[in-house]
Design a protein. Structure first.
Length: 84
């Protein structure tokens, strides 16, 4: 059976065969995801600031040492800053 979906590409770059390391460069920096239900995406047991800091570290948007402060700053743009 052949796929009826077009090849997955972005700005001419083929994405289908990318390895995990290459996908990390694409996800978060060039392609974003906005979950429809954050209740499914966030762990209610772990603090939101820690979860945001982890995303920043994984996508190399902040160093291990800078990630917590950067997460608080980003969350401070909203209304949840005191809850972090």
């Amino acid at each position: 059976m052949t796929s009826s979906w077009p090849p997955a590409s972005r700005r001419g770059e083929e994405l289908t065969g990318l390895g995990e390391r290459a996908w990390r460069e694409v996800r978060g920096r060039r392609i974003g995801l906005i979950p429809q239900d954050p209740g499914v995406s966030l762990d209610p047991v772990e603090q939101i600031g820690a979860q945001v800091a982890e995303v920043l570290r994984v996508h190399r948007l902040a160093s291990d040492g800078d990630a917590p402060a950067r997460a608080v700053a980003l969350l401070g743009r909203g209304t949840a800053a005191e809850q972090v």
